[in-house]
Design a protein. Structure first.
Length: 256
């Protein structure tokens, strides 16, 4: 290799590295824009079948940040058949989230294994993994250009798991996220299998800026592009901060 080719290669590697770092920094800013130290909210979950028929669930959620862990408890209030079902999530800064579920019918707490991350969240098109924050160090990021989505200029980010194991846990091989340039708010994410087939599309809308300067998404939808089913989470009330004590976010007490 001559000197000219060597320096050309170095320049190419440099720009590829900067490109990758920019894509990851965009996703980090996107996560930071919706990160809260604590909140309380009540949401309605709509589950639609292929014909448009729907079922509803009411969920009460509390979240609190402690050191480098964000702890979130979601409790189903209605209808009666799911009343009392609770989900606990511990999101960490440097490792995969821990998740537990409590089912009143068994009166037992069960830990959700990483192999169940791609599984359906309470019979919806959202997966268990969609309920927790992604660990950015598990993925590679590439800026695939910019596109206009719903009138907003967005970065289009390609995201891939760093290993086949991560893709297997997620239930998809590659995803693309459309992140608005001006606000860094994620507008849409598409999930694909290893053959490039579109599996699901997630959309986010009705962001509202909160007193702390962060944004909260009051409506998000997950559509299954294979079977036509979709699920929507509409948040009815949202307040900053949580009055719950620390023990309410522990696996031994979150079902109370």
């Amino acid at each position: 290799m001559n000197l000219k080719m060597f320096f050309s290669l170095l320049i190419m590697i440099h720009f590829m590295t900067v490109y990758s770092q920019n894509a990851q920094s965009i996703m980090q800013k996107s996560m930071d824009a919706i990160s809260f130290e604590g909140f309380e909210m009540t949401s309605t979950l709509f589950i639609y079948d292929q014909k448009g028929n729907s079922r509803q669930r009411t969920i009460q959620t509390s979240s609190k940040q402690s050191a480098n862990v964000t702890k979130t408890v979601s409790k189903f209030l209605a209808p009666p058949e799911v009343n009392g079902t609770s989900i606990l999530i511990h999101d960490y800064e440097d490792k995969t989230a821990d998740m537990w579920i409590y089912l009143p019918s068994t009166r037992k707490v069960r830990r959700i294994a990483s192999s169940e991350k791609k599984g359906s969240f309470m019979g919806t098109e959202f997966s268990n993994g969609n309920m927790s924050k992604p660990e950015l160090n598990d993925y590679t990021f590439k800026l695939s250009g910019t596109e206009i989505y719903e009138g907003k200029e967005c970065f289009k980010i390609e995201i891939k798991g760093k290993s086949p194991e991560i893709a297997k846990q997620d239930g998809f091989t590659i995803q693309y996220s459309w992140v608005e340039k001006s606000s860094y708010l994620n507008q849409k994410t598409e999930y694909y299998d290893q053959k490039g087939k579109l599996l699901k599309t997630q959309t986010f809308s009705h962001y509202k800026k909160q007193p702390n300067g962060k944004y909260f998404c009051f409506s998000m939808e997950m559509k299954n592009e294979i079977n036509g089913r979709r699920s929507v989470i509409e948040t009815k009330s949202f307040t900053l901060g949580s009055a719950k004590k620390e023990k309410a976010f522990s696996p031994a007490n979150f079902m109370e």
